[in-house]
Design a protein around this ligand. Structure first.
Ligand SMILES: [Zn+2]
Length: 170
């Protein structure tokens, strides 16, 4: 399965690209991109439970409860339910709905990545897992993921420098 860093990086990069090239609205601030990045980690929160399960001798639960499509779909549904009609998600009055939309996006990106790399994404909690299993769970797979992280980070920093001149903030 992808590293935590990969999940955060890819969620940040994808949402940032949507922000820069599709939405292009100044109200879509950088901190919103970070929210999607953090949400990109959420499905692996079950590792904390597993850590304590490990200590007490219970079986692991990763990824049975958190790696299913139902969770981001429900979050997305709530986002549309609480959104004020006729106003954009970027309107101040829709801040909560927009944050939910970002969380659903980050969560879905995590599941999509695990689907590509692994085979444990289900439609419902405790359902049968599916995936493409493209990254082998061995030393080669781990090195490949570490290399992907490095390339992604450099490519994104280069993009931010070209697009936003981040050097000015350092
Ligand atoms: Zn995961």
């Amino acid at each position: 399965m992808p590293n935590s860093v990969t999940h955060v990086l890819i969620a940040i990069i994808l949402v940032d690209l949507v922000r820069d090239y599709i939405i292009k609205d100044k109200r879509f601030k950088l901190h919103y991109v970070l929210i999607a990045g953090i949400a990109g980690l959420l499905p692996d929160i079950d590792y904390f439970v597993d850590y304590f399960n490990h200590l007490t001798g219970y079986t692991t639960i990763h990824p049975a409860y958190t790696h299913n499509l139902l969770i981001p779909v429900v979050i997305l549904g709530i986002a549309f339910l609480v959104k004020k009609r006729k106003l954009s998600f970027l309107d101040k009055k829709n801040k909560f709905a927009f944050i939910l939309l970002l969380i659903a996006s980050g969560y879905f990106i995590h599941l999509a990545l695990d689907f590509i790399a692994w085979d444990s994404i289900s439609l419902l909690p405790l359902g049968k897992g599916y995936g493409l299993n493209l990254i082998p769970p061995n030393d080669f797979g781990r090195s490949l993921l570490a290399g992907i992280d490095a390339i992604l980070l450099i490519a994104w920093l280069w993009h931010e420098e070209v697009r936003h001149k981040i050097r000015d903030f350092i």
